[in-house]
Design a protein around this ligand. Structure first.
Ligand SMILES: C[S@@+](CC[C@H](N)C(=O)[O-])C[C@H]1O[C@@H](n2cnc3c(N)ncnc32)[C@H](O)[C@@H]1O
Length: 568
């Protein structure tokens, strides 16, 4: 694969606006990665391959349950529209409740059903060996019920488990990782070492205001709860700014405040909510049906000033056109908030729901914000990935400390590190101080520029970052770096591509640290690396030494895992 160093061309300043044009053709490819950053499940435009995989894994799990059903009831399959009385037993993918139909043991999945909850569900669709239901009515609530502090919690697609005690959330996540490791990863829990491999989940001490990045959508159709559906909404009252309501790609739940993001970010959100519908400004939300309208998304990102440690904020307006004069009143209002140091405009003319623009403009301040991590300073641009839980990743340093411990660098400066899916270089640069050289690979050109800038900023000269798509590697991949002693792989939710897995099996680096934000694809990839793929005549060559779940996302179904693999 020809991997070219990133080129992010900066065009001459246009009056007060700086225009940054991206190297084509990457934005099309990025759509799916960045839409995954959203909190709303409906907003995510997931890769069909990923959906097939999740479906397969779901079937594998439910098959396990469904094959243990009594033979008299194995023919049972509920009909579409049928109502059933159900009890939720546990949580599975995307936080869906796993329930069994009494006397048959047949498994159904229900969004927003929580462990212990008895409810009436209506069958909506058949999916492989199981069925999906929607909740009609709760008969008795779930165990460990707590009051959800957020007023939007019953509807919002983000915090699905806010009214489940945090201890129960942790238990459910730990159980989910364990089940996936056994059923998808094919690791036996009957062997004595299984208990020592599976580490208990690391909780997150701060359970609110932990997210440093939130992406809200502008919409022309406000989502309303059932009880308000009759209310007439005229003109701009129909407009909304918030998160997509689960199940509706075209309806937006209006939110004035989000308890997951920082206080300054909430100040910005509230300031924008106060005025964006004002007809004198002529601002319109983008309509996903007619493909008209101007405002698409609002991204708020919180960092910290490297000298003072105080919060600093980036505001990114994603619009369908480049019309900075329309944004001027909003820019004037929010630039008055002292924490706001950067206001960006990503212009996205495509009909897709992505927040990455083909062009990016600075409307106010600088084009990056900073964050401090393990004594290093990182500059982050609007479209670069950065771990979203600042406390767990940066302040308490849980995640990066665990990664460093797993990497187990000797510290004599003799070892080579390969940092796959390196983003802005955070993992590689924190390891570079103890390594001979770090080689990082990443698809987003902006993230690669950030990584170069971050290496320079921290006076690290033993790190090389290269832009390229790790799903498209060919035989030549690996020719440009020496054999690594340690591979770090930190992919997005779809996990690693088969080409990359094959490369790693052939490469045979002594150690792999696999950092994953999707325990399902993580289990699949661990299975390939450790057990191989019979049909493809690929032999696995790694032993799973430890699997450590970390809660980076309280109240949401997401789980982070750090796995250590060693060559047998
Ligand atoms: C979970 S993030 C990890 C980033 C980084 N390791 C960190 O901790 O900040 C995954 C990264 O993989 C990148 N990525 C996604 N798909 C990729 C691909 N096919 N090839 C290379 N990089 C990819 C994303 O842009 C993102 O920066």
């Amino acid at each position: 694969m020809a991997m070219a160093a990133a080129i992010v061309a900066t065009m001459p300043a246009l009056k007060h606006l700086t225009r940054i044009t991206f190297t084509p053709p990457f934005p099309r490819k990025l759509q799916k990665f960045h839409s995954l950053a959203s909190l709303s499940p409906t907003f995510t435009q997931e890769d069909p391959e990923q959906q097939r995989l999740e479906q397969k894994q779901q079937n594998q799990l439910t098959n396990n349950n469904n094959t243990s059903r009594s033979s008299s009831s194995t023919s049972y399959f509920p009909k579409r529209g049928q109502t059933l009385e159900l009890v939720c037993e546990s949580l599975a993918f995307k936080g869906k409740g796993v329930c069994k139909v009494a006397e048959t043991g047949f498994v159904v999945m229900c969004d927003r059903a929580l462990p212990g909850e008895r409810f009436i569900g209506r069958v909506t669709r058949r999916k492989g060996s199981y069925a999906e239901v929607t909740k009609v009515e709760t008969i008795t609530p779930h165990w460990d019920l707590v009051d959800a502090p957020c007023e939007y919690a019953p509807y919002c697609g983000g915090c699905k488990t806010q009214n489940l005690s945090y201890e129960s959330q942790l238990r459910a996540k730990e159980q989910q990782v364990r089940e996936l490791t056994i059923h998808v990863g094919k690791f036996s829990d009957k062997v004595p070492e299984f208990c020592s491999i599976m580490k208990p989940i690391v909780p997150c001490v701060i359970q609110f205001h932990y997210r440093n990045k939130m992406e809200f959508s502008f919409g022309s159709k406000k989502w309303l709860p059932k009880e308000l559906l009759g209310e007439k909404q005229v003109g701009n009252e129909k407009y909304a700014l918030g998160l997509h309501a689960p199940g509706f790609f075209d309806k937006v739940l209006n939110v004035d405040k989000c308890l997951l993001q920082s206080e300054p970010a909430n100040m910005v959100l509230s300031a924008i909510q106060d005025c964006w519908r004002d007809s004198q400004f002529g601002l319109t939300p983008y309509d996903v049906h007619s493909h008209t309208g101007f405002l698409k998304h609002l991204m708020l990102r919180t960092g910290r000033n490297a000298e003072t440690g105080l919060p600093e904020l980036m505001v990114n307006f994603v619009t369908s056109l480049y019309k900075p004069e329309l944004l001027k009143p909003l820019v004037e209002k929010i630039s008055a908030i002292p924490e706001v140091v950067s206001i960006m405009n990503n212009v996205n003319t495509s009909v897709g729901n992505t927040s990455v623009g083909e062009e990016e403009y600075i409307l106010y301040g600088k084009s990056t914000i900073t964050e401090i991590l393990r004594g290093l300073t990182f500059q982050i641009s609007a479209n670069s990935f950065f771990q979203t839980n600042t406390h767990q990743a940066c302040e308490a340093e849980v995640l990066y400390k665990l990664i460093e411990d797993c990497a187990g660098l000797r510290g004599d400066g003799s070892q080579i590190v390969l940092d796959l899916f390196c983003g802005t270089g955070t993992i590689g640069l924190t390891l570079a101080r103890r390594a001979k050289h770090v080689y990082g690979y990443e698809v987003v050109p902006q993230a690669i520029s950030d990584a170069h800038r971050n290496a320079k900023l921290n006076r690290i000269s033993n790190a090389t970052f290269v832009q390229g798509d790790l799903n498209k590697i060919d035989e030549s991949f690996g020719n440009n770096f020496p054999k690594p002693d340690i591979v770090i792989s930190d992919p997005n939710r779809p996990g690693m591509h088969m080409k990359l897995l094959k490369f790693l099996i052939k490469l045979k680096a002594p150690r792999i640290v696999y950092v994953s934000c999707n325990p399902a694809t993580c289990a699949r990839d661990l299975d390939y690396l450790c057990h191989g793929v019979k049909e493809k005549n690929i032999k696995g060559c790694y032993k799973l030494k430890s699997l450590q779940p970390v809660d980076m996302f309280p109240h949401t179904p997401h789980i982070e895992c750090i796995c250590l693999l060693e060559l047998f």
